[in-house]
Design a binder for this molecule. Structure first.
Ligand SMILES: Nc1nc2c(ncn2[C@@H]2O[C@H](COP(=O)(O)OP(=O)(O)OP(=O)(O)O)[C@@H](O)[C@H]2O)c(=O)[nH]1
Ligand SMILES: [Mg+2]
Length: 275
């Protein structure tokens, strides 16, 4: 019997029934939670939910005290959606609230304005099951793009991204982008503590400082479909800059280790890593 078909045991991989078929060529075992911060996005939610894959384990929508029908529309579109009311303010606060509610092993963060294509989630998840800790969306990696950014925002993002690369030894092509995914255990290492749009920058810096394996995923950002942006370029750009300056002094990197499979009949090799 092939190992793929054997029943679940305490040790080996889960049995075939535990896998979620993702495409005709790909199945995964870990449950995937999608966190959507939403403030007055009722008109955009139909576009957002339409592209979410049916194999995801749960959707956690964090409502920023919306005055429109955001919550009712979400419940209607995705029966079983976990709606969490936000106590504080800001996108960062919303994401931190949502992450705490997730029961999946993988967490994907998706904006509610219709700018993110849920069909890309498979690329993020593939990177994570392939060995990355943090799958970071990039509009400027080969294959990515944006229909939404003004030239001034592009310039600001580029300058801030170069600053982070320089100060923290990263090799990012994008910085302030809200479409990312990670294993839930990363939250313990990055201990998020911010309220606003600087949250993505803080995550990107802390994952590098923690020595986590980051893989960029080319992503296309579409234009917000309805409504207006909550982001204010100058105010939020300054908040991002503040985070970069605040974080710069405490760089901590964990060396990557190359693990080798234990040699047959060698107990001593069982716990050996090679640097
Ligand atoms: N729950 C909650 N969600 C928020 C808050 N601020 C922003 N969001 C959501 O965060 C996501 C990103 O916000 P946007 O206003 O689209 O900001 P942006 O994507 O940086 O800017 P644009 O490029 O103009 O769309 C959207 O889904 C918003 O509804 C907040 O205070 N609370
Ligand atoms: Mg947006």
């Amino acid at each position: 019997m092939s190992s793929f078909l054997r029943p679940a045991t305490e040790q080996g991989p889960p049995a075939v029934g535990h896998y979620r078929p993702v495409t005709s060529h790909f199945a995964i075992a870990p449950p995937v939670s999608v966190v959507i911060p939403a403030m007055n996005e009722a008109e955009n939610l139909p576009y957002v939910f339409k592209t979410l894959p049916e194999w995801i384990h749960e959707v956690v929508l964090v409502d920023g005290n919306s005055t429109d029908d955001t919550v009712a529309v979400a419940r209607d579109l995705w029966p079983g959606v976990k709606v969490v009311g936000q106590r504080g303010k800001g996108k960062g606060d919303a994401l931190i609230t949502g992450f705490a509610e997730c029961t999946g092993e993988i967490i994907v963060m998706v904006d509610a304005d219709g700018s993110a294509d849920g069909n890309e989630i498979v690329s993020y998840v593939s990177a994570l099951v392939g060995g990355a800790d943090f799958a970071k969306g990039s509009r400027f990696a080969n294959g990515g793009g944006t229909d939404d950014m003004t030239p001034i925002r592009k310039l600001g993002n580029r300058v801030l991204c170069s600053l982070v690369n320089h100060k923290f030894g990263a090799r990012y092509t994008d910085l302030c982008y809200g479409y990312n995914a990670f294993w839930k255990h990363c939250l313990d290492e990055i201990a998020l503590d911010c309220a606003g749009f600087e949250v993505e920058t803080l995550m990107n810096i802390r994952v590098v400082k923690a020595g986590l394996r980051v893989q960029e995923i080319p992503s296309h950002e579409f234009v917000r479909i309805h409504g207006t942006s909550n982001l204010r370029a100058v105010r939020d750009g300054l908040r991002v800059l503040k985070v970069i300056l605040r974080e710069r002094g405490s760089r901590r990197r964990r060396p990557h280790r190359l693990a080798i499979a234990p040699a047959a009949n060698s107990k001593a090799a069982d716990s050996k890593d090679v640097s």
